[in-house]
Design a protein around this ligand. Structure first.
Ligand SMILES: Cc1cc2nc3c(=O)[nH]c(=O)nc-3n(C[C@H](O)[C@H](O)[C@H](O)COP(=O)(O)OP(=O)(O)OC[C@H]3O[C@@H](n4cnc5c(N)ncnc54)[C@H](O)[C@@H]3O)c2cc1C
Length: 261
């Protein structure tokens, strides 16, 4: 039995003594909205309001619509009174906070509400003939856009195990008994956790000069390192190195040791 019942998995709760889940609720609040136009690319926008800093993650999902996630620390959310706003008012106010980024266009909701991201880690992913997949087994913060990929990889892996292409640590029932350590680490200390922390601490980065800020944003999850960024975008990396004078002194450093970046 495949239990792909999401972050609030009832199956996981029913066998909590076996799966041993640990669910961490994080400090930021976010709301998942949409815009009826396509952003030109993935957009990350900040709004420095009288209540504190807010952030918008926006990306097109069709030729004329975009996903928009508005996120902020809990204290900012409360100071802005968003904890007392319903769906319609929250949507309107988010559009107003980010009027510049949205070109004054409205946002659209779809049973949207404010929530806090939860990191889910389980010791075990299977029990008898039941296997957890996707968010039921592990979550990855949305800022690295990997949750669906991880869920599909789980499904492929389960299929391979069922077909007999199993690796050793597999029960006779055909499913992996323990969550692979790499995955458990991925949720707790991997790229998603690093990216989540970066966004929680966003306010501390806002005073950085633009290129330093961009470098920090691009390398926040540590999946992209200084060296790796040099391969992807040598021109940009050179300008950052020139800004901070770290290229001649540390030609192969990752991250550049002793430099301001
Ligand atoms: C704001 C946000 C943005 C994200 N953006 C991205 C992104 O850009 N790229 C990416 O890869 N991932 C992203 N993710 C993560 C991604 O959405 C999840 O990792 C992925 O949807 C997990 O798939 P799933 O099938 O495990 O769970 P879900 O997609 O949550 O599906 C679980 C399903 O089970 C159903 N269900 C639950 N209980 C029952 C029940 N008792 N009976 C019947 N049905 C039930 C639910 O209704 C739901 O349809 C984002 C997540 C968030 C919160």
């Amino acid at each position: 039995m495949v239990a792909a019942d999401g972050v609030h998995s009832l199956t996981r709760a029913a066998y909590a003594d076996v799966f041993a889940p640990r669910v961490t609720t994080h400090r930021c609040r976010y709301i998942w909205l949409a815009a009826d136009f396509a952003f030109d690319a993935f957009r990350f926008e900040t709004a420095e309001t009288e209540h504190g800093v807010m952030q918008l993650h926006g990306y097109p999902y069709t030729k004329n619509a975009s996903t928009v996630i508005v996120e902020m620390r809990e204290e900012v959310w409360r100071a802005a009174g968003l904890d007392r706003c319903g769906e319609a008012e929250s949507t309107e106010r988010c559009a107003a906070f980010f009027a510049g980024a949205l070109g004054g266009r409205p946002l659209r909701s779809n049973s949207s509400s404010w929530t806090a991201f939860r990191t889910v880690v389980n010791d075990r992913w299977s029990h008898g003939n039941t296997v957890l997949l996707g968010d039921a087994a592990h979550t990855a913060h949305f800022s690295i856009g990997s949750g669906t990929k991880l869920a599909v990889e789980d499904a492929l892996r389960t299929g391979r195990v069922r077909r007999g292409a199993a690796r050793p640590a597999v029960r006779p029932g055909g499913v992996r008994e323990r969550a692979p350590p790499r995955r458990r680490l991925h949720a707790a200390r991997g790229p998603a956790a690093a990216s989540l922390r970066w966004f929680e601490e966003l306010g501390t980065y806002l005073d950085q000069p633009p290129r330093q800020f961009a470098f920090s944003l691009l390398t926040r999850s540590r999946r992209v390192t200084h060296d790796n960024l040099r391969l992807r975008d040598p021109a940009f990396t050179e300008t950052v190195e020139d800004d901070f004078g770290c290229r001649p002194a540390h030609p192969r450093c990752s991250p550049p040791s002793g430099c301001a970046v």
